[in-house]
Design a protein around this ligand. Sequence first.
Ligand code: FEO
Length: 396
Amino acid sequence: MKISNSVTWIGKIYWELRKFHGEQLSTYKGSSYNSYLVKDDKIAVIDTVWTPFAEEFIENLKKEVDFEKIDYIIVTHAEPDHSGALPILVENAKNAKIICSANGAKSIKGYYHKDWDFQIVKTGDKLSLGSKELIFIEAPMLHWPDTMMCFLSEENILFSSDIFGQHFASYDLFDYQIEENDILYYEALKYFANIIAPFAKKTIKKIEELTALNLPIDIIATAHGIIWRKDISKIIEKYKEWSSAYKENQITIIYDTMYDSTRKMAETIAEGIKAFNSNSIVKIYNSARSDNSDIITEVFRSKAVLIGSPTYNNGILNSTAAILEEIKGLSLEGKKAAAFGSYGWSPANIKIISEFLKESGFEVYGDTAKVQWNPTQEDKAKLFEFGQKFAEFVGK
Ligand code: FEO
């Protein structure tokens, strides 16, 4: 599929992908591994596809180009979802040099145990393809140390690697062809929340650096999902917002429960929050029955979260521990939180959750909500009041 005069999309659309990063991240809309063939006087392949599709990739590429004529293989990011077909491509494209960052060479060697013909590039380096050139921009830790982007002059295409990507399968490659535009931006947000968020500070700096370069970008060709062409400023603005202690007017309550006590607590606290601030969006998730990647997306957009679990074996329930562990890894900024939960004889749950939230960088509300056994009417009145006070602490 052509995306400009000299660039052809040669990736793989994987409609049935439902989990990414092993079993970690949900991808209900499938995804794509975007790879690009650039034909000028010189010929370059930018990235490949995930390992299971390596043979298919080579078979398709054979129809587009004589392998002997490939001069460069650009690796913007060595994660195997993009470098999986590299070994077989190198085997076929015998005259090609591999262009990557210094960290890219380390990651590629680490994965494939080969000392190929690497040409290391850094920010500002240019590679002439004849009438056009590729300009490289390193983007370390977005989201691996090796990540880089490259800009194709004349056709003004930024190949952005994982940055600005979404897990979204579509035969229509461009944003303007997608009617479900809200879903597209939701998937971009989910991608950011789950993958890019830990590196938000580096992201905002990189976007500022990119803007200062004044490159006349017309197309952002991502490594996953659709290519931005209609609205490149919109996705760039979204990334700026998401990278800057992002929060919406939302409070998210996440709980797990054994005999419904902690569920009742969650719902009563929610009623208190809504009574104090009816404009605030309040969402409740049972972490054992909801998808973790979806919950993380909701946490990312929230100004505050409440996490609840009953005490279980002097600890907390599995699903609560799992979501807390994920939240901690995100290094979120500017959010408030509180712990709640029921217990039988030891309120260890509250201490564990509160500590986790503090370690995760949340401003934790001084008060907590705990109930022994099953909430009474009196307990519920206190929980309602707790919800109101927490909403006041969070602010309107
Ligand atoms: Fe899509 Fe970080 O690989």
